[in-house]
Design a binder for this molecule. Structure first.
Ligand SMILES: [Fe+2]
Length: 287
């Protein structure tokens, strides 16, 4: 019996009553996809999955895509990435964690992954939470005049913005060649629910089309500060066996490096193929 419990009043739901090692029926699959479009973050506890079972569970929600950074791939499983403390460089004794500011994955891809999923294999005794903010609510809460102003804007997304607040993994020339720079709408429309959402990634946004750089970055900062307010947040505290999947078009997420670097933290990661992003509004802004 499937049970759905909202994670808080903002975003996300915990699903129980399902063993993800088992194949789900087409009806349950549809139900889960409907819940995913609505809640944007789904949490399934106590799912001790093998890499193969993890892939099958994620495939309930779509098709797996290649991992962009080949050096963080699980040996023998090219579609499964690993997020391991043993792979992380240190600076002044602190781990340099990937994803340590709010972002949406691979926003500089022509077809960014629609979803990302993590499975917790080993978790430190404290810290290392993943935070999510609902960018649909953040859009909905903007004042009407600001909505009108930004509804049809577009931003160039690159591998690493000249004003990025964080450093990205260095890619090989071959990997870089596969990554185009792409214009993305500032406000996207969800392909399933039709709900508009802000589409922000300060690490990758290289200005806004038709705006002077300083004005563009000031606007990006303003929207980012608004969208990352705790009122839009669900903070996931990991336990071993947690299967979490999120919709990159409805939430941003961030990692935290606040755990003991001597402790081992290890998660599997997969991503699901997405389509080109659709603008929520055409040039004549209409809400
Ligand atoms: Fe990420």
């Amino acid at each position: 019996m499937l049970t759905v419990k909202p994670l808080n009043d903002v975003v996300g739901a915990e699903i129980s009553g399902l063993d993800l090692r088992e194949t789900v029926s087409p009806e349950v699959c549809q139900t889960l996809n409907d819940l995913f479009a609505e809640h944007a973050v789904l949490v399934f506890r106590d799912q001790p999955l093998t890499p193969t079972q993890f892939m099958h569970a994620a495939e309930i929600f779509g098709d797996l895509m290649d991992q962009q950074i080949k050096k963080f791939v699980l040996p023998g499983f090219p579609l499964v990435g690993v997020n391991s403390t043993r792979d992380l460089p240190r600076k002044n004794g602190k781990l340099q964690v990937r994803g340590e500011n709010y972002h949406t994955d691979h926003s500089n891809s022509l077809r960014p992954p629609k979803a990302t999923s993590l499975l917790a294999v080993q978790i430190p005794s404290y810290g290392g939470d993943t935070q999510f903010v609902d960018v649909r609510r953040a859009w909905a809460d903007l004042p009407a005049d600001l909505k009108d102003e930004i509804a049809a804007l577009r931003s160039r997304h690159v591998h690493e913005s000249s004003r990025s607040p964080r450093a990205f993994a260095k890619l090989s020339p071959e990997e870089m060649a596969l990554i185009p720079n792409v214009e993305q709408p500032l406000v996207i429309r969800h392909p399933v629910s039709g709900v508009p959402a802000l589409y922000l990634n300060t690490g990758r946004m290289e200005g806004i089309e038709g705006m002077e750089p300083d004005a563009a970055y000031a606007l990006i900062d303003r929207l980012y500060t608004h969208a990352t307010h705790p009122r839009y947040e669900y903070r996931h505290r990991w336990a071993v066996g947690d299967f979490v999947i999120w919709d990159n078009r409805s939430v941003m997420h961030q990692a935290n490096a606040d755990y003991d670097p001597e402790e081992f933290r290890y998660l599997y990661r997969v991503m699901l193929k997405g389509d080109a992003l659709q603008p929520a509004f055409e040039l004549e802004a209409q809400r």
